[in-house]
Design a protein around this ligand. Sequence first.
Ligand code: OOG
Ligand code: MG
Length: 237
Amino acid sequence: MIDTLAGRLDEAAVSRTAVAQFGADAGLDVATAYAVQEALVARRLDRGETVVGLKLGLTSRAKMAQMGVDEVIWGRLTDAMHVPDGGTVSLSERIHPKVEPEVAFLVEGGAIVAVAPAIELIDSRYLDFRFTLPEVIADNTSASGFVVGPWRPVPDGVDNLGVLLEVDGRVAQVGSTAAILGDPRRALPEAARLAGELRDGWVLLAGAATAAVPLTPGAHVRVTVEHIGTASLRASA
Ligand code: OOG
Ligand code: MG
């Protein structure tokens, strides 16, 4: 079953066609869902991609409420998901992408050594962007892309910084880093606990501080985290 479900999700991503939720009949539990995720990401690795980091999801109430799921989840980031800061994201390569403001950490020797503003692109492989907890875990927690702004040393106190998501110069979401686990630095022990592994040089996305917004053709998206900086992307027309 693990390989069948991984194959279905991989095919959905590659063909940019959403699939139906697996439903209760599939009997997917959280442990099996993570095994599906591993098999799904293994297909990417077989195509030459490498894992470059981890992401946490549903670390804020805003995201839990938006998605109707209330447990912290984690997924894998690969090099192919990386979008350069200011780069263009292809909409035709995705199903129904959304963007959300994130804080990224650089991990070295089991510790956080730098911080950056980030944008996560999420793109559920399920119809209507709807799923249960095991379903979204199996789908690599909707991971599709990420932009990391300039790295800088971690300033004192990153636990209550303003977060702004702008689309075409208009404010789309505002929040605070306090929304991320009470303090985004908690992402490190949380990721270590959940994933059991954090390699040197990996990027860790701590989770969105606000709800996500749909990415529309030609949109210019900018995320600003107070005292940390700015990251941006543009969607293809
Ligand atoms: C699941 C991924 C959630 C976050 O930052 O909370 C996530 C989803 O919303 O589709 O990445
Ligand atoms: Mg996210």
